[in-house]
Write a protein that binds this ligand. Structure first.
Ligand code: AMP
Length: 571
């Protein structure tokens, strides 16, 4: 059982209990146990510890829209761990490969070196609020010298940590909590701890976009405190997201034979908040971008009359012939390399609207898409709505897809006609259709599955070859795309190829090649390769290929860059 509630010098709860809670969560797959552990834990905290604890347990130290990020690189963390533990390169590598996780590496090395006992001064135990305050200072370190500042802050935090605490601090710093506390489970735990109905917690979370704040409100004031949670202009809401499908036919099938197709524009998503004459614009990550878009603000002011509204659209950079320019061009607007007047002249943007969330005191998210679109057209004035085609005909849908691409757009979105707006969720009500590239990658490791998949190695580490060094470098992980038979077959094969097993992870000889599709390649500190596949999915097992045939990091880099170039070719 996890002890909870002990206090540090300042009467604050010790961070150690939070780390032990996370370890408890990691060690079980039982939903009810996790919910119960977290709920018990929350109940013992003081009110001001609730929000920071929730955020640190889910591994999102700050809500996305707050604009605060920790932004600490792998390299910095490795450097700090090395300086604390005096571990050699080899020791670091072997500790890392035990679990393939930087947090575990920190714990293993600190345990091995027994650093806590080496400390000459009696270290004061860390409290939850101290760790959170350090995270805040790390996020505030900006500008020149910020790297060093961050490094020093991480150093002072980790030198006061016990091995288990270090594990979870590191996991928070790199934003990778791999334990099973999904936000769904955390919502349940908050409901249980506060006595507020789960539906109320979910809705408040949807509208406030920060479970920590919701929990604090509910624990302080009970369910009544959540009654009045409504979107407020100028407080951004998590945007609804889309799942990827491979074809218009699949989208039509998913939506029951009829769907509303819209161009998928490749620009920046904007959430536009209007109150009286004032306009504020938020990005997809919910940071405010109003000052980069004075032309959009003016257009909105000139066209949209209502007292209060929250509407959504996409801003696309356009060339002289009004065709869309690449996303990178648009980004210059936000990076503000020059004065804003010059940027407005150099990179004109066009705004297309596609949704409305709130209008004059009324929340519209529970209305069907078709009615929201109607309401939007009534308030949009002369601002264009994104082109739309409602159809049940695959050929017409395909034509519309070609048309969108010919005009330089990314593809299509398919929106289920009667669907409500679900903030922050990536569901099937919205589907995106774009062309996908595939990579042939080799499986170098796998994690044992959860639940139904518990007897299978079902989550695969996928690697490409670095041609310069010959190394296989991990660029992604996925459990998607295989049938039950394939899982079974692959598990059997992988166990024969096993080299070493730690916790839930098995390392294997690289032999099984899989054709992998994905939505996007990102630069990411998550893997040493520096790249990560977003939404990877195994398309098929390539029995016909072996490890010599896999794709190279060169190709990965090229595809990464082409993502930006692809659209300019069509101009
Ligand atoms: P993705 O970023 O690939 O998950 O695709 C979702 C994004 O597509 C949204 O966040 C919007 O920025 C963008 N988008 C482009 N066109 C549309 C559209 N017609 N409706 C909704 N989102 C769109």
């Amino acid at each position: 059982m996890i002890p909870v509630g002990g206090t540090g010098n300042l009467g604050e709860t010790l961070y150690r209990y939070l780390a032990e809670l996370c370890e408890g969560i990691e060690s079980t797959t039982k939903r009810l146990v996790i919910v119960d552990l977290v709920a018990q834990f929350l109940k013992k905290l003081s009110i001001e510890e609730v929000a920071p604890s929730i955020r640190m347990i889910v591994g999102e130290a700050f809500p996305e829209w707050s604009g605060q990020t920790l932004d600490v690189s792998w390299r910095t963390i490795q450097k700090v761990i090395r300086s604390i533990t005096k571990a050699s390169d080899e020791e670091m590598l072997s500790a890392f490969s035990e679990k393939g996780d930087l947090g575990d590496m920190a714990k293993i090395l600190m345990l091995r070196k027994d650093v806590s006992k080496q400390a000459t001064l009696l270290p004061k135990p860390l409290t939850i609020l101290e760790v959170y305050r350090s995270f805040q200072s790390i996020s505030e370190a900006k500008g020149s010298g910020s790297k060093k500042k961050k490094e020093n802050l991480v150093l002072s935090l980790l030198s006061r940590s016990e091995p288990l605490e270090a594990k979870y601090i590191v996991k928070n710093l790199i934003g990778e909590m791999r334990h099973g506390a999904s936000s769904g489970l955390m919502e349940e735990a908050v409901a249980k701890a506060s006595g507020a109905p789960l539906e109320m917690i979910k809705r408040a979370y949807m509208l406030m976009g920060d479970l920590g704040e919701v929990a604090e409100k509910a624990m302080r004031g009970g369910p009544q405190a959540l009654d009045d949670v409504k979107p407020t202009p100028f407080h951004p809401i998590k945007p609804m997201l889309a799942q990827a499908v491979e074809s218009v036919a699949e989208a039509l099938r998913e939506h029951g034979g009829i769907t509303s197709l819209e161009y998928k524009l490749d620009g920046a998503r904007l959430q536009i908040h209007i109150r009286g004459g004032e306009v504020k614009i938020f990005s997809r990550r919910l940071t405010e971008v109003t000052t980069s878009l004075p032309d959009v603000v003016e257009q909105v002011r000139n066209n949209i009359q209502p007292g209060e509204a929250i509407i959504e659209g996409e801003a696309v950079a356009v060339g002289k012939d009004a065709r869309p320019l690449t996303f990178q061009n648009l980004m210059k607007r936000f990076r503000r390399v020059k004065g804003i007047e010059e940027m407005v002249r150099e990179i004109p943007v066009k705004l297309y609207l596609f949704d409305i969330i709130y209008l004059d005191g009324k929340l519209l998210i529970d209305l069907p898409y078709s009615e929201r679109r109607k309401a939007l057209s009534q308030v949009a004035g002369e601002i264009e709505l994104v082109p739309q085609l409602i159809t049940c005909d695959v050929d017409k849908a395909q034509e519309f897809f070609e048309e969108a691409k010919n005009k330089g757009h990314e593809g299509l979105m398919a929106k289920k006609i009667e669907s409500t707006y679900t903030p922050g969720r990536r569901g099937k009500k919205w589907l995106k259709i774009k062309e996908t590239e595939a990579l042939d990658l080799v499986i170098v490791g796998a994690d044992w599955g959860y639940g139904r998949r518990v007897n299978w190695l079902s989550d695969y580490y996928l690697a490409a070859r670095n041609e310069e060094t010959g190394e296989l470098q991990i660029i992604g992980k996925t459990f998607k795309g295989l049938t039950d038979e394939e899982f079974e077959e692959i598990t059997e094969k992988l166990l024969k190829l096993k080299t070493i097993e730690y916790g839930r992870t098995v390392r294997v000889k690289p032999e099984i090649v899989v054709e992998t599709i994905f939505e996007e390649i990102q630069k990411s500190p998550k893997y040493e390769s520096g790249y990560a596949l977003r939404f990877a999915r195994i398309k098929r097992i390539r029995e016909d290929k072996n490890v010599e045939d896999i794709d190279t990091m060169e190709k990965v880099k090229r595809l990464y860059e082409n993502q930006f170039k692809a659209k300019s070719k069509t101009l």
